[in-house]
Design a protein around this ligand. Structure first.
Ligand SMILES: [Zn+2]
Length: 583
């Protein structure tokens, strides 16, 4: 993953001004499939009795030894730095990319050529190299409407490139096993086990490059999707997903203590709090795991919804997709070996060093006997990805309009507008103050009332459930203050500006304001000033009744205390302090 210390931050900002160019697939069929122009019969796969059965089969077929073999093979390239050798057949990014492409091709051949395998070529000067390639395998879905418009695709991805302390050191040994051989192996393994089956949505398996120099490969793919009107339903990004050992350092929110082991928890990072399709995606992934797999598997995992988009000062490939309006999240192991602060002379963790290897030979017999990537843990995380992708790829239609009302002192009524598609049930997700939903309630009618407690703010969203019992992705959240009707003092008036979350923050924070009564001008400005009053940023935002959210992203490397204000009709409604921190 990206190290956001100051020198890199400078490069990242400089690079943002130069876009990737000449983004195109090496295999023309990849572009055609993403356009929806294909014969479904050419890509027919197995449809199981139920989608739940498919999830179970995916989970059972994911193989820890297979994951290990991919990692062992990747380590032989010595480095996968994006500026490393492209001519050698045995070492460097060129040989590594060729192997990954051939791996996808073999998987496709084993599955009736159902995968469309291609490089995504793109150009940008990175570490002295102008031309770069992501490696992709596309599993065409069956949901194409009469106008050949495909349903939004599901992207399962990981960055394939590796690095040492200096991001453009192309000579050092950079096996990059935890970061991010682990995620790359997971993507390959899911391509292997999922490409037998037929899904409604197209699934795109992708290994990106040049993530370590500023998320470049993901930017190329996200730009491709925007430029070519490829709708993306969900992005599942896996970065640092196989290690279970806590290093002496690790980025906040950190793991407990050095050498702590956690092999039963995975963290889901995503941007936003309320109204966030990214957070809704993370909640959905957890819900699906808890419903479909958790009770059936040998080692149940704890899926934890994190509040921030990433660990403090860090970032990964989900961000460019989120920035372009696609729902995107990141899977990361509970414990990671290091915060990548290689500038610190005392840093002795593995991340972003030549020590990020697969394991250790403790008895000097020439073979690793202890492993830094836990292959069974990695397999469990692959199953969580596979289950989520399968459920999203069922393409269950999503509710559009939800309204909420407090009908008496203990009843909340939720009403969905008449849908244009068939459904058998409605799932209503409710939460108050936590990142995750508190509960999901199932109802057979468009209007549902339930008892709630006073004094809370309720966030409600809904999904349709199809006849197979699969939930659609959930709608955007709605919001309701639940107050006693005979307690007028509890009814708030005007507009409240809340404290930003998280705070202090590294690069992105959420600013929420609550509108209890609509002002005349339905537009606000969120203004950010330094302590001398100089305006450093302004963002206009439309206002709606209830909670409003502005995501503020200050970029890398800025620190200090700032003020943010909500301005309506040239009047400052309220101001609060916010603190930027950088690692
Ligand atoms: Zn990484």
């Amino acid at each position: 993953m990206k190290n956001l210390h100051l020198i890199l931050a400078y490069f990242a900002i400089v690079q943002l001004s130069v876009a990737q160019t000449n983004i195109h697939f090496s295999n023309q069929i990849a572009a055609i499939v993403l356009d929806g122009n294909y014969n479904l019969g050419d890509y027919e796969g197995i449809v199981n009795v139920t989608p739940q059965k498919t999830s179970r089969l995916i989970e059972q077929k994911i193989n820890a030894d297979s994951l290990r073999s991919y990692l062992e093979r990747m380590s032989q390239f010595e480095t996968r730095n994006s500026g490393s050798d492209t001519l050698s057949v045995s070492t460097g990014i060129g040989a590594a990319r060729t192997w990954a492409l051939s791996r996808f091709t073999r998987i496709s051949e084993e599955n009736n050529n159902r995968l469309v395998v291609s490089y995504l070529n793109w150009e940008r000067e990175i570490c002295g190299m102008d031309k770069h390639k992501n490696i992709v395998a596309i599993l065409p879905g069956s949901a194409v409407d009469a106008a050949n418009t495909p349903a939004g695709i599901v992207i399962i991805e990981a960055h394939f490139d590796s690095r040492c302390a200096t991001s453009c050191d192309v000579e050092c040994a950079a096996h990059g096993m935890e970061d991010n051989g682990s995620g790359s192996a997971l993507v390959l393994e899911l391509a292997r086990v999922m490409s037998k089956y037929q899904f409604d949505r197209t699934i795109l398996f992708m290994l990106t490059t040049a993530e370590e120099q500023g998320l470049n490969g993901a930017i190329a793919m996200a730009d491709y999707c925007v430029d070519n009107d490829v709708e993306v339903a969900a992005v599942l990004n896996n970065d640092v997903i196989g290690g279970v050992i806590c290093g002496a350092t690790s980025s906040e929110p950190s793991c407990p203590t050095e050498n702590d082991v956690d092999s039963i928890q995975v963290r889901l990072f995503s941007s936003g709090t309320i109204f966030s399709q990214n957070k809704q995606l993370a909640r959905y992934i957890k819900l699906q795991y808890d419903q479909e797999l958790r009770g059936l598997v040998t080692v149940p995992m704890q899926v934890t919804i994190m509040s921030a988009e990433d660990r403090t000062g860090r970032g990964s490939d989900h961000i460019p997709f989120r920035q372009r309006g696609f729902a995107a999240m990141r899977f990361t192991s509970a414990n990671e070996h290091g915060n990548a602060n290689t500038a610190d002379a005392n840093y002795h963790d593995r991340q972003h060093t030549s020590d990020d290897v697969l394991g250790e030979d403790t008895n000097n017999d020439g073979e690793f006997d202890t492993w830094f990537v836990d292959f069974n843990y990695l397999a469990r995380n692959a199953a969580i990805n596979g289950n989520a992708a399968n459920m999203i790829a069922q393409n269950v239609c999503q509710p559009e309009g939800i309204t909420m009302a407090q009908t008496d002192w203990k009843t909340l009524k939720v009403t969905l507008s008449e849908p244009s598609c068939e459904y058998s049930e409605i799932a209503i997700a409710l939460r108050t103050e936590t990142n995750d939903w508190d509960t999901v309630i199932y109802s057979s009618t468009l209007e549902t009332s339930f008892d709630v407690a006073l004094g809370f703010t309720y966030f409600v969203s809904a999904a349709f459930v199809n006849e197979m019992g699969v939930e659609s992705l959930f709608s955007e959240e709605q919001y309701q203050d639940f107050v006693g009707l005979d307690e007028p003092n509890m009814v708030k008036t005007g507009i409240e500006l809340l404290q930003n979350r998280p705070n202090p923050f590294d690069e992105t924070t959420s600013i929420v304001f609550i509108v209890h009564e609509m002002p005349v001008n339905a537009e606000a400005i969120v203004r950010i000033q330094d302590i001398n009053g100089a305006v450093i940023y302004e963002q206009k935002t439309p206002i709606r009744l209830g909670a409003n959210e502005v995501i503020y992203d200050h970029g890398y490397g800025r620190t200090g205390t700032y003020m943010y204000s909500l301005v309506i009709d040239n009047q400052v409604v309220d101001s609060k302090k916010m603190v930027f921190v950088a690692n």
